[in-house]
Ligand binder design. Structure first.
Ligand code: SF4
Length: 414
């Protein structure tokens, strides 16, 4: 069946305010300036208990938590800023597949209409690039810079995760990363980002000077739904909890989802058979993946190699191949990469445990949680499936597992 390639992205900001969900502290920080470089007054939405409560108040209660959290943050920002709805854009990427993500933008539209901030084409604009075409639709050069920003965010996060647990002087790693990310973000306010590798290299050099404790920590892989696994506010500081309990975390990167959407596009074009359209589509997907996306990713990982030599990601085809043992690729969405990445974390990266982080009611999260007991048996490591909705402390479940893993790590060779 033909799939729509709908793109709803305006090309020039004209100084309009663009609110960007703060779903993660690294990539988004460098991606937001890219919007500024094309004329938007891009601002990060703030998340707090109050904005989450506001989001729940305006949604039905059955939505997965990324929906109320972004909705509440937008309503709060609108109320505080008193901006005219005509001057505001909400950046809300969308996706297809057997889950609700594709409906967030629609639901936002209804809520904004009820608030009197939208009426058809008038009022707040929802900018909604879609996973169906790997988020094409932004002006091409900005889309490319966006990709650089995203990969750099992933690299900064990995650098922090690799050094922070071992630092002698508490807070030194985060302070250094923050400083260098501010410099990088400034670069992305403009359109010439050719100095990005040098700026990253300066950060790596600085991080290498940090004094570290010589200790062994179990590596814990984090997979799951991209918003919740990446957002420390909603996941109760999952990475920091693992570190406090004596482990080192490795979070599946943001870039994984983009590679996945390109690969699915490629597979779908194959499935449709040989037509002029599918040949062009396959060629574009192959070109983008091999000559742009992967090339840039390799470039930045090479710069970070003195620290991240053992933290490289797997090719998305390898991740999907691993996941396909448990689900067919035609079952679109995050489940297959969650399962595949979990297996690779254990089999190839040496993780001693995996955390599967999902929003409460998440459809892919529920599917993977039902399959993970099979993997747990096969891989012989603990796999902890946590669901988050902003209440309680789901990370409590980690304490006994981490205690056992830390003891086991330290008794190796004794
Ligand atoms: S992936 Fe999960 S949390 Fe995200 S929209 Fe789909 S069901 Fe909701």
């Amino acid at each position: 069946m033909a799939r729509s390639e709908e793109v709803r992205v305006t090309e020039n900001g004209d100084g309009k305010v663009m609110f960007v969900p703060a779903m993660e502290p690294y990539c988004v920080k460098i991606m937001t300036p890219v919007f500024r470089s094309i004329g938007y007054d891009a601002r990060l939405l703030e998340e707090s208990d109050e904005t989450l409560a506001l989001g729940f108040k305006h949604t039905g209660g059955g939505e997965c938590v990324p929906c109320p959290i972004t909705t509440g943050a937008l309503i709060s920002a609108m109320q505080e800023s008193k901006l005219s709805p005509e001057d505001v854009i909400l950046f809300m990427p969308t996706a297809c597949g057997p889950c609700r993500f594709g409906q967030y933008a629609k639901l936002n539209e209804i809520i904004l209409e009820n608030k009197g901030w939208k009426n058809g084409d008038k009022g707040i604009t929802i900018m909604s690039p879609t996973a169906e075409n790997a988020y094409a639709g932004l002006p091409q050069s900005a889309r490319m810079r966006m990709w650089h920003a995203l990969v750099l965010g992933d690299v900064f996060r990995k650098l922090a995760c690799k050094i922070r647990p071992y630092e002698v002087n508490k807070g030194e790693t985060d302070a250094m990363i923050d400083k260098h990310m501010d410099i990088m973000a400034k670069l992305f306010e403009g359109t010439d980002i050719s100095n990005a590798p040098n700026l990253l290299a300066a950060c790596v050099d600085d991080l290498l000077t940090i004094k570290k404790r010589d200790e062994k920590r179990p590596l814990v892989g984090i997979v799951g739904e991209i918003y919740v696994r990446s957002d420390p506010y909603i996941n109760g500081g999952l990475v920091q909890t693992i570190e406090k309990l004596g482990g080192e975390a490795w979070l599946a990167p943001f870039a994984e989802w983009i590679f996945y959407t390109i690969q699915v596009r490629h597979l779908l074009a194959n499935q449709r058979g040989i037509s002029a359209g599918s040949i062009i589509e396959k060629a574009v997907a192959w070109f983008e993946s091999n000559f742009f996306f992967e090339k840039q990713e390799h470039k930045y990982y090479k710069v970070a190699d003195p620290i991240l030599h053992d933290r490289h990601e797997h090719d998305i085809r390898t991740v999907m191949e691993a996941g396909q043992k448990y689900l067919p690729w035609q079952f679109e969405g995050e489940s297959i990469i969650t399962l595949g990445r979990a297996e690779l974390f254990v089999k190839r990266d040496g993780a001693k445990a995996v955390v599967n982080a999902s929003p409460m009611f998440c459809m892919p999260g529920t599917v993977t949680t039902s399959i993970f007991p099979v993997l747990e048996k096969e891989l012989n490591v603990p796999i902890i499936c946590n669901f988050y909705d902003g209440s309680g402390d789901p990370n409590k479940s980690l304490a006994p597992v981490m205690h056992y893993l830390v003891e086991a790590e330290n008794s190796v060779g004794v």
